[in-house]
Design a protein around this ligand. Structure first.
Ligand SMILES: Cc1cc2nc3c(=O)[nH]c(=O)nc-3n(C[C@H](O)[C@H](O)[C@H](O)COP(=O)(O)OP(=O)(O)OC[C@H]3O[C@@H](n4cnc5c(N)ncnc54)[C@H](O)[C@@H]3O)c2cc1C
Length: 419
């Protein structure tokens, strides 16, 4: 009989197992894969973006999917504690852009190995290649039912089986039925941090495929015209639509609008976010007046990648060879506007299995924020991406997984001691 059994060996489950064992609980960690921390090992481009150094409020703000639920857990263990924890395990971390923290070695395996060594040191029992089929909830003791029909008795269970994104890492959504069986609500699942598709002709014709835009502002609009969100980062045109950091951050807002029944969603790129439209117009007017004999295309060189400028010129029906002297005021104005508001429509996203993160999951309304315990079933806890919590890429999801795992592990151990 185990005090605490954790199902899932991702960052949330690994941390939960460590936290439970640190409290002295007889702890079992089960994973269906042959390796623990598979997704952790590919995060941050294989370098493991283990957390983020921004202040707590900022970290929470970067977890738009129910991040506020985490305030309570953060008061026990936060992003700075994660940094201290890994440094204490001998994994030196370094800060990169936007507060992202990586191992100095740039090796995800260092992070995973440190957690595995800690599990071994604490005497956690590990069962790999062991798929959990179901959970039989009892009056006092719960039974974990394995694929081979073996049963494991445990006083408390922590479900840390992840979401449904990138299923080859083991996250195949197995846990949702176990949560439902305990009476939990699973909110709609959807892809977040996901590339976006578009049926626009210029996308379908691959006119801008492979073109990268640096430091642009991408905005998403509701059909009533209201701006939903803007993110300023890099982005990229692909053969199916748009991708890159700004797009990943905007993606959940696009997906949610499409989920309400909208057929398409308006997006707009400000190619020059540091200059106001009027100032840009004046700047271009001056340049044109200064070079009346030069072609307009020559004068606007450098304002955006050449392929984008060519596309916008064609869209505005401006002959690239046209001399500045012959460009009408109206045309200059519409072209300037197109640099500030390159607008088009998007129609979908890649599927959940290709997303970085799962939106939706076990409803947080049914979870105690300070303990991660189920409000509906004794001895049941949830942590990580299985919960309806999702953040932007940049270490925020792993932070959420480690923080919720830590708190769930501690409290499951304490509950098991009281039985
Ligand atoms: C390519 C990629 C890059 C990412 N980059 C970042 C990033 O830069 N920053 C960031 O914050 N987040 C990133 N993420 C997201 C982040 O990795 C996840 O949010 C995080 O791993 C979730 O942790 P978890 O412990 O909840 O679940 P997971 O890491 O998904 O682990 C779940 C575990 O449960 C096991 N399991 C599932 N079902 C069963 C079962 N029936 N029986 C036994 N075991 C089971 C699985 O085998 C798996 O090991 C990235 C994700 C991907 C796919």
């Amino acid at each position: 009989m185990f005090d605490v059994t954790i199902i899932g060996g991702g960052p949330s489950g690994l941390m939960a197992a460590i936290a439970a064992a640190e409290q002295g609980a007889n702890t079992l960690l089960i994973d269906k894969g042959d390796k623990l921390g598979r997704k952790l090992a590919i995060s941050g481009g294989g370098r493991c973006n283990v957390t983020n150094r921004l202040p707590t409020d900022e970290v929470i703000r970067h977890i738009p999917g129910n991040g506020r639920f985490l305030y309570s857990a953060f008061s026990t263990f936060d992003n700075y504690d994660i940094i201290d924890y890994f440094e204490g395990l001998g994994v030196a971390l370094k800060e990169e852009d936007h507060g992202r923290m990586f191992p100095v070695s740039n090796k995800a395996s260092d992070v995973v190995d440190a957690l595995l060594q800690q599990l071994a040191r604490l005497g956690v029992t590990i069962r790999k290649n062991c798929r959990v089929e179901a959970i039989d909830y009892g009056e006092q003791i719960h039974q974990i039912i394995l694929e081979n029909r073996d049963k494991i008795a445990t006083k408390t269970v922590i479900i840390a089986a992840g979401g449904k994104a990138v299923p080859h890492t083991g996250s195949t959504g197995d846990a949702y039925p176990w949560a439902k069986k305990a009476g939990h609500t699973i909110t709609s699942l959807y892809p977040t941090e996901v590339p976006i598709t578009s049926n626009e002709t210029f996308i379908q014709d691959k006119v801008l495929q492979g073109t990268a835009l640096r430091d642009v502002a991408l905005s998403v609009y509701h059909k009533d015209g209201k701006k939903v969100i803007t993110h300023r980062m890099d982005m990229l045109f692909t053969h199916f639509g748009i991708s890159g950091p700004a797009v990943l951050r905007c993606s959940q807002f696009i997906v949610k609008l499409l989920m309400t029944g909208e057929q398409d969603v308006k997006v707009s790129i400000d190619l020059l976010p540091d200059i106001k439209t009027n100032s840009l117009l004046q700047q271009l007017q001056k340049a044109i007046q200064g070079h009346p004999k030069k072609s307009f295309k020559n004068v606007i060189k450098g304002y955006a990648p050449e392929r984008v400028l060519d596309f916008l010129l064609t869209q505005q029906q401006i002959d690239p060879a046209l001399n500045c002297a012959n460009l009408s005021k109206d045309k200059l104005e519409t072209f300037t506007n197109s640099l500030k508001q390159f607008t088009f429509y998007v129609h979908g996203s890649l599927p959940l299995k290709k997303a970085f993160v799962t939106g939706g999951g076990v409803s947080i309304k049914e979870i105690v924020p300070s303990t991660l315990q189920s409000k509906l079933m004794h001895g049941l806890y949830f942590c990580g991406e299985v919960l309806d919590i999702h953040g932007y890429t940049g270490g925020y999801n792993i932070t959420s997984a480690l923080v919720t795992g830590r708190v769930a592990g501690m409290h499951a151990a304490w509950e098991s001691f009281s039985q």
